[in-house]
Design a protein around this ligand. Structure first.
Ligand code: GUN
Ligand code: ZN
Length: 440
């Protein structure tokens, strides 16, 4: 490496990233872990990662090294399903999905016709994501086109790789949140033109769920998805039993809730469906054969009483999934807390979520289902240098437990169990520190 390259940055500390899904944790080829590792970055990209002693010998003495004592470097977390406007709703209790949408979500989303409000909530949401170590996300806006302009504007300013879309919703919703098949299509096209593949931004075609879109709107969404195959598709499916019964009434010819989307051409690679709880065998097979993937939202599924995502049944078919917060149904922006809830959901079903796999599902697994793993989600060379330094001594108890841990898996489980935003010491975007500091 040239010593004249002044943009080279070197970070030293423990380091973990994934090459494949580690499954039950028994495959050492699925990940790289160095207890004393080095991450070498140039111009915002990963140049190399490896054991510190070996890599330092290849670098000129003059290169400054940032030491992360008691730090564990991992790729930035990827939240594969979150509603930025629902930053205003998190912690609204007492209802299951359909009542909760009416009572809390729709009134809060109605305020996003105001671009100023949208900008301020987008900024607050992105602060929360970064504070929790999340550097990329698949994000719902509201039905208002300006809500997406606001979100992408803030994400571009922070130089983040982000995916967002305008909600399509032309029936079964309040008047002030309703578009039409034609206006939803026009607005989506305008937003794709303005934002898709600009800077680090990507567009997601975003029908809210089958219950709030007419057949003509879903036809238009399917057409758009075929016309722009590198956009994402983002929606909800099979979350709540009352919701499923309602969709059955609205689309009596469909074999299942998921089948509604398939009939309209909305299952394909880069299609991400939140929840996927109440699936049968045929649904799981259709997810796999079409290339669609699930966002597993454990804190939301517990908070709204929706049900337990079945990890083993999904794995049995090879159905792809990754972790997501689903704020504001979800109870935290933190992927560490989300991993703990995922672990608990597995436990309740006598299933196992290995701590290495939990970290995979929050990093490379998320990048994969978003179709972005060639850019983010690991420390392979050439990837963008979005990463997090976790603090193995963030609190006295974490320090005590991590100090006693014998393996990286044991340390990860301590972080999962006890960690929150205090355990995220720093978040880097393209190699630059980006964790917002709390006001003193
Ligand atoms: N289904 C349709 N809209 C929503 C939403 O905003 N949150 C959740 N959790 N499920 C939905
Ligand atoms: Zn959601």
């Amino acid at each position: 490496m040239s010593s004249r390259n002044t943009s080279v940055a070197v970070h030293r500390g423990a380091l973990l990233h994934f090459l494949h899904d580690p499954g039950d944790g028994s495959d050492p080829g699925a990940y790289e872990y160095f207890s004393d590792g080095l991450l070498v970055i140039a111009s915002g990209r990963i140049v190399a990662c490896g054991p510190a002693a070996a890599l330092l010998a290849t670098l000129p003495d003059s290169v400054p090294v940032t030491e992360h004592r008691d730090g564990l470097m991992v790729p930035g977390f990827v939240d594969s399903h979150v509603h930025y406007p629902q930053t205003e709703v998190i912690g609204s209790s007492g209802r299951q999905l359909l009542d909760w949408l009416e009572d809390y979500v729709f009134p809060a989303e109605a305020r996003f016709d105001d671009a100023g409000h949208a900008g301020s909530v987008a900024s607050a949401c992105i602060d929360e994501l970064l504070r929790n170590g999340t550097t990329s996300a698949l994000v719902f806006g509201t039905v208002h086109r300006q809500s997406v302009d606001a979100f992408f504007g803030v994400a571009a300013q922070r130089r983040m790789r982000m995916v967002c879309g305008k909600v399509l919703m032309d029936r079964n919703c309040p008047d002030d949140l309703r578009d039409s098949a034609a206006s939803g299509d026009d607005d989506s096209r305008a937003l794709i033109e303005r934002w898709h593949r600009r800077d680090r931004l990507h567009y997601a075609i975003t029908p809210r769920f089958a219950a709030t879109s007419s057949a003509p709107q879903l036809i238009a969404a399917g057409r758009l998805a075929a016309e722009f195959p590198d956009t994402l598709i983002h929606s909800h499916v099979a979350e709540n039993l009352a919701e499923i019964a309602w969709v059955r009434e609205l689309f009596p010819d469909a074999r299942s809730y998921l089948d509604v989307y398939e009939r309209f051409g909305l299952l394909r690679e880069r299609a991400v469906y939140a929840h996927c709880i109440h699936f049968d065998e045929a649904d799981r097979r259709r997810m796999v054969s079409t290339g669609a993937a699930a966002a597993f939202c454990p804190t939301s599924n517990l908070f709204l009483g929706s049900g337990l995502f079945n990890l083993d049944a999904s794995d049995a078919f090879g159905m792809r999934y990754a972790l997501a917060t689903d704020v504001g149904g979800g109870t935290s922006f933190g992927m560490l807390q989300t991993m703990l809830a995922a672990y608990q959901v597995a436990q309740l079903q006598q299933q196992r979520l290995h701590p290495l796999r939990a970290f995979y599902l929050a990093t490379l697994g998320g990048a994969r289902i978003l179709g972005l793993d060639d850019r983010i989600g690991s420390f392979r060379s050439g990837r963008e240098a979005d990463f997090v330094v976790l603090d193995l001594a963030a609190t006295p108890l974490i320090a005590r437990r991590c100090g006693a841990a014998r393996t990286i898996a044991e340390q990860l489980m301590v972080l999962i169990t006890l960690g929150d935003d205090r355990a995220v010491r720093e978040t880097f975007i393209l190699g630059q520190p980006a964790k917002p500091r709390l006001p003193r």
